[in-house]
Design a protein around this ligand. Structure first.
Ligand SMILES: Nc1ncnc2c1ncn2[C@@H]1O[C@H](COP(=O)(O)OP(=O)(O)O)[C@@H](O)[C@H]1O
Ligand SMILES: [Mg+2]
Length: 355
């Protein structure tokens, strides 16, 4: 028998009816915004829960005209029919929405819509991870960077060996010092590479950001003070916790502060500001300096391994920083104006707050 009892109403319905209930139920609960418009009646015939949630129950958009304006007219096309069947994205109140509209029997428009903000962020992260996997490029850089000082050490020592009998102790000392300087450079490089692989398995905790920043400033404040640099913090009231590995976050901040300090050399009123604000379940931490800033060319090369404008730089700092930020499922953005200053913003997931 094809009859079913629907709910506890006791009403007996046949299979066709049951299917309709089932489909209506699926449409209502599916994790996709669905809305059906009637062109003749110029009204919204059906909207499901996900659709209302995507627009935060925003009245203007939930109505027939508001929705058509938003979804179908914003391409600058006169005929809505030109958008049917194609996939579009749209920025709506800081969220990224993806949608497709379909025309059915010349009267109904079906629109399927989804919030793809998080997905597009994850895609950006995946791309970043991919581009970091350019191992052969990195290795050729390492060969070059280690090769130079080692060649120089070899030459210094062989000249010294040939002339040992003739050189005065002061001359010998000069050669030894030269070799030592190059060895220090190699050590510096090895140290930088060590921090590249040290945090392979991050230990993500729910960290109270204000406490972390206060502690961080107390650790670096002395060195900055000695270089005449003022450090300040501006933390928005709603910033509470972040999801992060505190060692990684510390290392990230340290790398950014080191760059800011270098950029502030010989500047008037050198200052670093650490800012924190929340946005859509994420926390943005910015390290801002009023230092030398960067030219377009420097900005284009920032994340290339071994790219540096400093005599004693490794050119690995920002690359390693980006790798660590990626491990925290975050992203990084750099804004800089030559001779004015630089802002580096690291965006990481917000943690759970204790109520
Ligand atoms: N805050 C900043 N202000 C100005 N220039 C910067 C800043 N941060 C980074 N840079 C530029 O980016 C380059 C690469 O930085 P990084 O990867 O940390 O390597 P390094 O500091 O060893 O040079 C630096 O040499 C510098 O030219
Ligand atoms: Mg650096």
């Amino acid at each position: 028998m094809d009859n079913f009892s629907a709910g506890n109403s006791g009403q007996v319905i046949n299979k066709t009816n049951f299917d309709n209930y089932l489909y209506a139920d699926i449409l209502e609960t599916i994790d996709l915004g669905i809305v059906i418009l009637s062109i003749k009646r110029q009204e919204v015939l059906f909207k499901n829960k996900s659709y209302s949630e995507i627009f935060h129950n925003d009245k203007d958009v939930l109505e027939y005209k508001g929705l058509l304006d938003l979804l179908l007219s914003h391409h600058g096309k006169n005929q809505p029919s030109e958008v049917f069947g194609k996939h579009f994205t749209l920025k709506y109140k800081n969220r990224l929405l993806g949608y497709t509209a379909y025309m059915v029997s010349d009267n109904y428009i079906w629109i399927i819509i989804r919030d793809i903000t998080e997905r597009s962020r994850l895609e950006t992260i995946a791309e970043t991870v991919n581009s970091m996997e350019n191992i052969s490029y990195i290795f050729s850089g390492i060969r070059h960077e280690l090769g130079n000082p080692i060649n120089s050490i070899k030459m210094t020592l062989s000249v010294l060996k040939k002339n040992l009998g003739e050189y005065s102790p002061t001359a010998v000392e000069k050669f030894v010092d030269r070799a030592m300087t190059e060895i220090t450079r190699v050590e510096f490089l090895l140290q930088a590479l060590k921090s590249f692989s040290i945090f392979e398995n991050p230990d993500i905790q729910n960290i109270k950001l204000v406490d972390f920043i206060i502690r961080f400033i107390s650790l670096v404040g002395n060195d900055l003070h000695q270089s005449g640099i003022t450090i300040n913090k501006v933390i928005d009231h709603d910033v509470e916790r972040v999801n992060a590995d505190s060692r990684l976050l510390h290392q990230i901040m340290l790398n950014l502060i080191t760059n800011a300090t270098d950029a502030l050399e010989n500047k008037d009123n050198p200052e670093i500001i650490i800012r924190a604000k929340t946005k859509d379940g994420l926390v943005a931490i910015t390290v801002e300096d009023n230092g030398c800033g960067m030219s377009e060319e420097v900005q284009a090369n920032l994340f290339k391994p071994f790219y540096t404008t400093k005599a004693r730089g490794t050119g690995l700092g920002l690359m390693i920083t980006l790798k660590m930020v990626t491990l925290l499922k975050g992203s990084m953005e750099i804004k800089s104006v030559k001779d004015t200053g630089t802002k580096v913003t690291v965006v990481i997931p917000e943690g759970k707050t204790d109520d």
